[in-house]
Structures are given as structure tokens and as C-alpha cells.
Design a protein around this ligand. Structure first.
Ligand code: X1X
Length: 326
């Protein structure tokens, strides 16, 4: 059973090339999820706030359920200034423009939710926002996220021995594979739309993801074991096409930035609060079995040198240090 349809490029191209139009202003957005998911709710809130702060009645045409493809497609559209004006996407999808961007929420970079909150309410990620704008022509207008990522697999994994050689899907940024290789697993980068099938057909035995997505895409049907590695707390930039942004008046640009920031705060509170609840809901419904990981401290020992050498290669040691010190 395939839950996400391909990249939906044809659908996207059927839409007129530019979404922001001066006369009848319409903003078009894209989400992987239905309107109940925190990302979509964040984007809906963004639209409401723009209208509230601008006093206008702008149409926000949010295409959910992957109608316009998956996050790498959204990045292409935003970069080219076609099909959509705004979306939420994982930082790993921006690695091809700037390999430093996935550092934003690479595995084990946050100690806990307080640390994650401290980083996101500071300006410490500004150098990465600058590089996204410069190289991808995409503006970060806020930050959503707040899901805790765990291993999701078709067999029980509770310790280092069971993790060794585990075939798992990771996101496309090279740092993701490097981290899980260091943990002795066998990671492969697979498009999100192909993950369910890849598990079902035995290409991989699992993935790593957060509760809201596990629930929405029913990965538990093929991978019912959740191992509490708690290796990531997600940072999900709210992205606005630089080309669309440039068409707005200075006043509207201010409104978009304010609405993006506040919508992000709303989305982070929502997803981080619901994360544990959704895990419990799936456990109570016997959709998943939850396992602690006996040697989590060992995972951290294995990953820190990988983070260090990655930051060094990119000349981003100061940034990593600043994030760690928050
Ligand atoms: O792993 C992915 O590719 C996706 O996982 C979840 O659905 C979300 O975090 C999404 O942003 C993307 O990262």
C-alpha cells in the first residue's frame, strides 16, 4: 500500500507559475499532511495572522496531503518562485543548497526540549537563515517543529546489538546517514513518499520519525516497534519564496515576518505538547509497541565526534558551539 503519491510535479505545474499576484493577492502553500497535523495548522494560523495584521482579506490556498509533492519538491518550487509561496520543510532538504543547514536539528544536537526552546527563541540560527536566503533565495519566516524522533521498525530494537546492521531509511542530507552509520546501523536515503513501500517490500526494516507523522502516515502498519532513542527534536523552518517576498510592499513583508514568527511559536507549542500524547494514543490502540533503548548514552558518545567533524568540515564549529551552549 502506497500512502503518498509520487512527486505530484504534474499537479504543481498545472498551477499558474506565480502564486503571489498583486491584483487579487493569493498566497499558495503546501503541506505533506492533512489539516489536523501541526504543520498544516501552523500554516493555516500563518494565513489568519497575515490577514489580521494587514487588515486585508487575502486568500491562502494551502494544498495539503502531499497534493503538490513532498518537501524536496517544495524547496525547488520556493527556490524557483513557482507553484507555491510558502511551506514547511525539514532542514535536511536544504542541504543541496547549503550543507550546513541540517546542523539546525541534526540528531543529538539538543539535550532536551528546554535546550531546543532556548535555541529557537534566540537568534543563534541566523547564520543559517542568511545562507538559505543567499543560496536558495528562500526566506525563513519562523520555526515550527517540536516532534521527538525515534526509531520505528518492523522488529524490536532495544540495545546496541539489535541496532547493529539495522537497515533503515534516513532523510537525504549526508549528515543523517553519517550519524546512523556511526551508530552501527545501515542507513539509506529514500524519498519520504517511498518509505512505506520500502519497508513493506523489505528494502529497509524501518525509519526514524516523530509521532505525528507516524500516526498520519500509518507507518505502524508495516513497522509497529518504536524505540525511544529520542535522537532528534525537530526544527521545521517556515519558508517563504524569496521571489514572492520581493513582490510584497515593505509593510506586507513586515506582516509576513511577524505572522511567520508567531505561527511558528504556536506550531511548536502544539506539536511538542501533542508528541507524547500521540505516542500514548497509538500504544493504547495497540498500533505500536514502545521499547526503551538500554544504551542511549553510548549513542551520544558515538555521535558527538561525527557532529564535531561535520561542523569542522563546514567551518561551522562556532555555530555548533553556540547551539550547544544555549
Ligand atoms: O522524514 C521525513 O522526511 C519527514 O518526516 C516527517 O514527516 C516530518 O518531520 C517531515 O518534515 C519530514 O522530515
Amino acid at each position: 500500500k502506497k500512502l503518498l503519491q509520487g512527486t505530484a510535479v504534474a499537479g504543481a505545474l498545472a498551477i499558474s507559475a506565480t502564486a503571489v499576484q498583486a491584483a487579487d493577492m493569493t498566497f499558495r502553500g503546501a503541506s505533506l499532511f492533512d489539516n489536523e497535523h501541526a504543520y498544516s495548522k501552523t500554516l493555516i494560523r500563518f494565513g489568519e495572522l497575515v490577514n489580521e495584521y494587514s487588515g486585508k482579506d487575502i486568500e491562502f490556498d494551502l494544498r495539503g496531503n502531499s497534493e503538490l509533492g513532498i518537501e524536496p519538491d517544495y524547496i525547488n518550487f520556493l527556490n524557483q518562485g513557482v507553484a507555491i509561496d510558502y511551506a514547511i520543510a525539514a532542514p535536511s532538504n536544504l542541504a543541496r543548497f547549503a550543507p550546513s543547514v541540517p546542523l539546525m536539528d541534526m540528531p543529538f544536537v539538543f539535550r532536551d526540549l528546554d535546550h531546543w526552546n532556548a535555541v529557537l527563541s534566540s537568534g543563534v540560527l541566523k547564520p543559517l537563515e542568511d545562507v538559505i536566503l543567499e543560496r536558495a533565495d528562500i526566506k525563513v519566516i519562523g520555526y515550527a517543529g517540536g516532534g521527538t524522533r525515534n526509531l520505528i521498525s518492523n522488529k524490536q530494537i532495544s540495545n546496541m546489538e539489535e541496532l547493529a546492521g539495522h537497515k533503515m531509511r534516513v532523510m537525504g542530507a549526508p549528515i543523517q546517514a553519517r550519524v546512523f552509520e556511526a551508530l552501527t546501523a545501515a542507513p539509506s536515503a529514500i524519498a519520504y513518499s517511498e518509505v512505506y513501500n520500502a519497508i513493506q517490500t523489505g528494502v529497509v526494516d524501518g525509519l526514524e520519525n516523530e509521532s505525528a507523522s507516524l500516526l498520519q502516515y500509518k507507518f505502524f502498519e508495516v513497522a509497529p516497534h518504536v524505540t525511544l532513542t529520542q535522537h532528534s527534536i525537530t526544527v521545521r523552518p517556515i519558508l517563504f519564496s524569496g521571489k514572492s517576498f520581493a513582490k510584497l510592499s515593505p509593510e506586507m513583508q513586515e506582516v509576513v515576518l511577524r505572522a511567520g514568527k508567531e505561527a511558528g511559536e504556536y506550531g511548536r507549542e502544539l506539536e511538542s505538547r501533542q508528541d507524547g500524547e500521540k505516542l500514548k494514543q497509538m500504544e493504547a490502540a495497540k498500533q505500536i509497541q514502545v521499547h526503551p533503548f538500554a544504551e542511549r548514552a553510548k549513542l551520544l558518545d558515538l555521535v558527538i565526534p561525527v557532529q564535531d567533524s561535520y561542523a569542522k568540515e563546514l567551518g561551522a564549529e562556532d555555530l555548533l558551539q553556540a547551539i550547544r551552549e544555549k
